[in-house]
Design a protein around this ligand. Structure first.
Ligand SMILES: Cc1cc2nc3c(=O)[nH]c(=O)nc-3n(C[C@H](O)[C@H](O)[C@H](O)COP(=O)(O)OP(=O)(O)OC[C@H]3O[C@@H](n4cnc5c(N)ncnc54)[C@H](O)[C@@H]3O)c2cc1C
Length: 433
């Protein structure tokens, strides 16, 4: 029975590899086509000056259960592959919030009520807001922007600037004036309201290609599947008994196809197909938000006070000490999420700005040996209220869509991508003849 399913997957990012691994685990033959020379897509390892970097410093949450499950399925070990930190939000000199080892949601209430850098009034307002959200089951009758929701719940300017704004930008990669309150609440519900470990922050000690997609490729091949690199799909051709995929290397026929390419490519591939106008329109309507990462290699003795620390009202939003996280001593990463004034700077100016901030905030007077700025201009979709995201099931029965931008509770995240891939795999398995 299972042999009748033959699945082609376009894209070897986290969504595509999640779908492929899930199908391989059910002994379904899969073929993954990846246009790039390596797997990982928007979460991929990058080599620079003999140093292993990522295209952007990523952070996972303990509630990313499907991503963590699949990393283990393909041979990873979550406890070994990550530095796990209990929930904490440190904005250097401005806010210090740490969750104690108490059951959820007491850990959060305790953290809010004991936050350094917030007045007593601000702490109570934040705690009262969290209690109100919990009593609403983290569900709004009507979506709105995060800025509007904060105003409704009396979260004043200082509290917003120090707490809600950095949290929203980190979670949704979208400024609070544009971000969906409901999607933020979905993340808060899953991270803060169930087990305490769900709010843990996980920083990988290996790069993002090695962490999952590369291991998934080996797993898929062990289960009879194939992964083709540098092999982009040029066209999807529906046939009477399946779907063909055309590449420069030839045409292959499948019973099902999962398109897990980025939104821009999915739009191009789906446009010529009859009956997909609504899907294509939904993809076209998605606005994009950037993420910039500035890597600075300092002499090895340079360290930050914590593996991850935020800055208040600076260009750098979050700083990561790769020495503390991955043993890459002296390597610091500054992450700047969402649109902002930093986009007006060229890469040299931006790196210089970060160097000055590190000097002023932490007294780091050493000169970096090198710097590397990675600007991902289309890092994620802009997570606006009431966004219509395309469903995984298209109107062509055996053609499915996976990717962080497809329908789901989550913003553009690894977990959103993985959940969509797993859902597509389940739809294929449910459609087994
Ligand atoms: C800098 C940065 C920082 C981020 N930080 C975080 C974070 O901290 N936490 C978090 O959870 N998420 C984060 N994200 C978001 C996360 O990386 C993405 O949501 C996720 O990687 C998207 O995966 P995907 O598989 O949906 O898409 P993609 O990764 O875009 O995968 C699509 C794949 O399809 C391939 N492809 C394209 N065209 C074709 C074709 N014609 N044929 C075959 N293959 C094709 C691409 O090369 C790519 O490999 C960040 C993203 C960026 C860019």
């Amino acid at each position: 029975m299972a042999a009748e399913l033959k699945v082609g997957i376009i894209g070897g990012g986290y969504a595509g590899m999640a779908a492929a691994a899930e199908l391989a685990a059910a002994n379904i033959p899969v073929t993954v086509f990846e246009s790039a020379k390596q797997l990982g897509g928007r979460a991929r390892g990058v080599s620079y000056n003999d140093t292993r970097l990522d295209n952007g410093q990523h952070l996972l949450l303990g509630c990313y259960r499907e991503t963590l499950r699949l990393i283990e399925l393909v041979g990873g070990d979550v406890e070994r592959d990550f530095l796990r930190l209990p929930m904490q939000l440190d904005l250097h000199h401005h806010l210090e919030l740490r969750a104690p080892r108490l059951p959820a949601p007491l850990h959060l209430l305790f953290a809010l009520l004991n936050a350094k850098g917030l007045s007593w009034g601000e702490r109570f307002k934040a705690a009262r807001f969290m209690i109100a959200l919990r009593s609403m089951n983290f569900r709004l009758p009507q979506d709105m922007t995060v800025a509007e929701l904060l105003k409704q719940h009396g979260q004043d300017a200082g509290l917003t600037l120090k707490f809600w704004e950095p949290l929203t930008i980190a979670a949704l990669n979208t400024p609070i004036a544009k971000a969906s309150a409901q999607v933020l609440l979905n993340v808060l519900r899953d991270a803060l309201n169930r087990a305490r470990a769900d709010s843990d922050m996980l920083l990988p000690s290996i790069d993002f290609t090695a962490l999952f997609p590369q291991r998934a490729a080996a797993f898929i091949e062990r289960h009879g599947g194939k992964v083709h690199l540098s092999c982009g799909v040029d066209a999807i051709v529906p046939e009477h008994d399946g779907i063909a995929l055309q590449t420069a290397q030839g045409t292959q026929h499948f019973s099902h196809v999962i398109c897990a390419a980025s939104p821009a490519t999915a739009e191009k591939l789906l446009q010529p197909l009859a009956g997909l106008d609504d899907t294509v329109q939904q993809i076209t309507a998605l606005q994009k938000q950037p993420i910039y990462t500035v890597y600075l290699q300092y002499p090895t003795q340079v360290r930050l006070p914590h593996p991850m620390i935020g800055l208040h009202q600076r260009i750098s939003q979050w700083l990561f000490d790769k020495g503390r996280i991955a043993g890459q001593h002296g390597l610091l990463a500054s992450v700047i999420s969402a649109e902002g004034i930093h986009q007006a700077l060229n890469q040299v100016e931006l790196a210089q700005k970060v160097v000055v901030e590190l000097r002023e905030e932490f007294g780091i007077n050493e000169v970096p040996l090198w710097s590397k700025v990675i600007a991902e201009k289309r890092a994620t979709f802009c997570c606006a209220p009431n966004l219509q995201r395309p469903a995984q099931q298209t109107s062509i029965p055996n053609l499915l869509l996976a990717g962080d931008y497809t329908a789901g509770d989550y913003p553009a995240t690894l977990e959103g991508a993985v959940l969509s891939g797993v859902h597509c795999a389940q739809l294929c398995l449910a459609g087994r003849k």
